[in-house]
Design a protein around this ligand. Structure first.
Ligand code: FES
Ligand SMILES: [Fe+2]
Length: 427
């Protein structure tokens, strides 16, 4: 294909197979950065990261650096991190607190919503110098849902609620595990650089097929003479009620609830922790929501949901995926603290390190597989990636979503169908 001819996404992304070049072609990457990561809704940060007026954190929206800032008016703003004078990156400290933002180059100063406050040696400018044109640019569309802040660099388009679609319920389910109905993500991020295309990282988050291969050493290390290692065959052949669900619009879930409900034991998602260790949490949940709802949440636990394109609700971790270039990405992970639940939070941080940290049991394995995926793609054939697993045994959830056995590729097909639709419509 000539570089100038449009990419035929319907040809490259088919119902049960995807062409390898979607992970390796720099021109496709550039189009994605425009269509999905600039014009679409992208998760940026959580309001709890900037809890107090004057708090700021550095984020990215697609490939553009942004400042997430809480202004004195109490609102959260997303500001483009570029000085309107001569384009210096005005903030370079990942997390700070001060009422003013001062550009290091010539000292222009802004407030927490980007208004230009002061220009040093201001009489050097003529009478036509219009300060109001020289504020920090704001991301044109910013909306939040349960404290999760999303932005879009396009001035118009669908609402955030429309974008979230059926995945909004996962944000509710996570937030509602707090007796106060709020999560806090302000406890720092672990960063992993992947030599892999961002979509490989997205697909992996809702892949139930790889567990007993990629993470075999993890399962073996938790085995004992009383609980010997099992190879996962039971789980793969319907012994587990965990299922994969296509939530539509590119969102998907690895849904544990049916498995947890089968035994009607609480907190299986938290290692089956003994009641006395979390007595305060249980009491607070019952006080907030009543005994029935508190029990239902204790059984069902948090979601394992991938919200397209970059927000992964990994039970009591949150991960965000950041593309860098066609073959490079970053993954940021943080523990989810439940507001008003100190007994849970003290344990969450250790569990997060254990699973997602640099020496953690899970994330390093997944990173290795994504990188090997990218290296494998350097071989030109076979040209297609196969995604047909489980197609003939898909069912429908009570809510009407396509679902299948935990090892099936229903989520990946859903992700790709949405990708094909948005890319075809825009390119
Ligand atoms: S570039 Fe920011 S003040 Fe000059
Ligand atoms: Fe994994």
């Amino acid at each position: 294909l000539l570089a100038s001819s449009p990419v035929d996404y319907a040809a490259l992304v088919q119902a049960t197979r995807v062409h390898g070049t979607v992970y390796t072609d720099p021109a496709i990457f550039d189009s994605e950065m425009r269509v999905i990561w600039h014009d679409g809704w992208v998760y940026v940060g959580h309001e709890s990261e900037v809890a107090a007026p004057g708090d700021r954190v550095l984020k990215q929206l697609g490939l553009e650096p942004v400042i997430m800032s809480r202004h004195e008016d109490g609102n959260v703003y997303l500001l483009l991190n570029r000085c309107p004078h001569r384009a210096n990156k005005v903030c370079d400290v990942e997390r700070e607190h001060s009422a003013r933002i001062r550009c290091p180059y010539h000292g222009w100063t802004f407030n927490g919503r980007g208004d230009l406050l002061a220009v040093p040696y201001g009489n050097g400018y003529g009478s036509d110098f219009e300060r109001s044109d020289l504020n920090l640019a704001r991301v044109p569309r910013v909306e939040s849902y349960r404290g999760f802040v999303f932005g879009s660099l396009a001035p118009d388009g669908i609402t955030l609620r429309e974008h979230l679609g059926n995945a909004a319920e996962s944000l509710d389910r996570l937030s509602d595990l707090s007796p106060q109905g709020e999560v806090e993500l302000g406890h720092g991020w672990m960063k992993h650089r992947y030599q892999a295309n961002w979509k490989l990282v997205v697909e992996n988050q809702v892949d139930g097929y790889h567990l007993h291969f990629t993470h075999q050493s993890f399962f073996k290390s938790y085995s004992s003479p009383e609980k010997p290692y099992k190879d996962g065959v039971d789980y793969a052949e319907g012994g587990s009620l965990v299922r994969v669900v296509d939530l539509l619009d590119g969102h998907s879930e690895l849904d544990y609830r049916a498995e947890y409900r089968r035994t009607q034991r609480g907190f299986q998602w938290f290692g089956g922790i003994e009641d006395e260790k979390i007595a305060g949490y249980k009491a607070a949940m019952e006080a907030s929501y009543g005994a029935d709802l508190a029990w239902k949440r204790a059984v069902d636990g948090p979601p394992h949901t991938m919200i397209f394109p970059n927000l992964f609700l990994a039970e009591l971790n949150v991960a965000t995926i950041q593309p860098i270039s066609v073959g490079k990405s970053s993954l940021y992970t943080t523990p989810v603290f439940l507001k008003g639940a100190p007994e849970i939070n003290a344990r969450v941080i250790r569990r997060c390190e254990g699973a997602m940290g640099p020496a953690g049991a899970l994330l390093a394995d997944d990173a290795e597989m994504s990188e090997r995926n990218q290296r494998g793609l350097a071989a030109g054939s076979p040209e297609w990636i196969t995604l047909s697993r489980g197609l003939e045994r898909e069912g429908v959830t009570e809510d009407g979503f396509a679902c299948s056995n935990v090892t099936d590729e229903t989520p990946q097909r859903g992700i790709w169908r949405h990708y094909r639709d948005v890319m075809s419509a825009a390119c």
